[in-house]
Write a protein that binds this ligand. Structure first.
Ligand code: 8DG
Length: 128
């Protein structure tokens, strides 16, 4: 299962996280917005579609920050994280999930989905 996630960074260096909804896998934990790609989609195309559906913005995808396999029990992910260079519109919750801008250094790893912890570590290491 190929999952794409977008890293949006605002002018003060905060990143956008979304909370996984009740009743879903990893409910209550925070993740980078995104979702599963559809057959035939590139990662960039999937990210544009997912972020339009989920948070109502049109993004310009940038470079791949990290891509790695991750296993949750019997669920195997190929998680690809892309930097978002620019976006139009103001992120808002279109599917009921909470959204929050957080400082990479001030967010407790325990609140992130496990697969996102190495991604946040990368963001901290490059933070000014
Ligand atoms: N979107 C996203 N998913 C992530 C991240 N980190 C991480 O472990 N995941 C996991 C959570 C889910 O198991 C899977 C993404 O699936 P999804 O959000 O498209 O689907 P879902 O579990 O909500 O289930 P579904 O009802 O849509 O099938 O990847 C992340 O940063 N962003």
């Amino acid at each position: 299962m190929h999952v794409v996630a977008g890293v949006l960074i605002d002018v003060s260096g905060r990143v956008l996280l979304a909370q996984r909804p009740e009743g879903k896998h990893l409910a209550g934990l925070w993740e980078f917005p995104g979702g599963k790609s559809e057959p035939g989609e590139t990662a960039a195309q999937a990210l544009v579609r997912e972020l339009q559906e989920e948070i109502g913005i049109v993004v310009e995808p940038g470079e791949v920050l990290m891509r790695f396999p991750w296993t949750y029990g019997s669920k195997c992910l190929d998680l690809e994280t892309l930097r978002v260079l620019r976006w139009s519109g103001e992120p808002r919750s279109c599917e009921g999930q909470a959204l929050r801008w957080v400082e990479p250094n001030g967010f407790d790893d325990a609140r992130l989905t496990p697969a996102d912890r190495p991604i946040m570590a990368l963001l901290r290491s490059v933070a000014p």
